[in-house]
Design a protein around this ligand. Structure first.
Ligand code: PNS
Length: 170
């Protein structure tokens, strides 16, 4: 017989700047969506990073890219990740690890978050190897300089990126 515990919805949060979402992000999200009942993609405002897209634009793009994933919800957040985890009663936070170079920062964040909330668990997932060199920062740079980024981002993001780059250049 199913217990109350086993019936509980196991939620995880996938936080990030997603400025904008790439195929690497999407790959990690698809993997996470198979492991948990619900994934909440949490778009950080991250004003200090001077994002190209507003948090609203980033969230809308993610919603469009993930319409095929029925257990994914997108939220925006502006505070501490631990507070969102508590609010959503999530059991874990998912982060993508592309290379060893990502590790130091990710390890620091995972331990800081656990210091802030003892029950905080970070789960690292690796994207498909084809995507390990892709980052939003490099994609934006290539797009700004007129390069073709069609193989790095979903179609809706590509259209938005081309539009935004032209708008910013005006
Ligand atoms: O995609 P990014 O920019 O690597 O994502 C970083 C993010 C948003 C996950 C991180 O900056 C974050 O958790 N920000 C929320 C503020 C917070 O909780 N900071 C302390 C965590 S160490």
């Amino acid at each position: 017989m199913a217990t109350a515990q086993s019936q509980a919805v196991r939620k995880a949060i996938y936080p990030g700047s997603f400025d904008p979402m790439t195929f690497g992000h999407l790959d990690v999200l698809e993997r996470a969506a198979q492991l948990f009942d619900e994934i909440i993609v949490a778009v950080a405002f991250n004003r200090s990073k001077g994002p190209l897209f507003s948090s609203e634009e980033r969230a809308t793009l993610i919603e469009q890219c993930t319409a095929h994933l029925k257990n994914v919800r997108v939220v925006r957040f502006d505070g501490l990740l631990v507070d969102l985890v508590r609010q959503e009663k999530a059991v874990a936070v998912v982060r993508g690890l592309r290379a060893v170079s990502d590790f130091e920062f990710e390890f620091q964040m995972a331990l800081m978050n656990r210091k802030l909330e003892a029950s905080f668990e970070t789960l690292f997932l690796t994207p498909k190897e084809d995507y390990t060199y892709i980052s939003s920062r490099i994609v934006k740079e290539v797009a700004r300089l007129g390069g073709d980024v069609a193989s790095f981002v979903p179609g809706v993001v590509l259209e938005a990126l081309v539009r935004k780059v032209a708008e910013v250049a005006r």
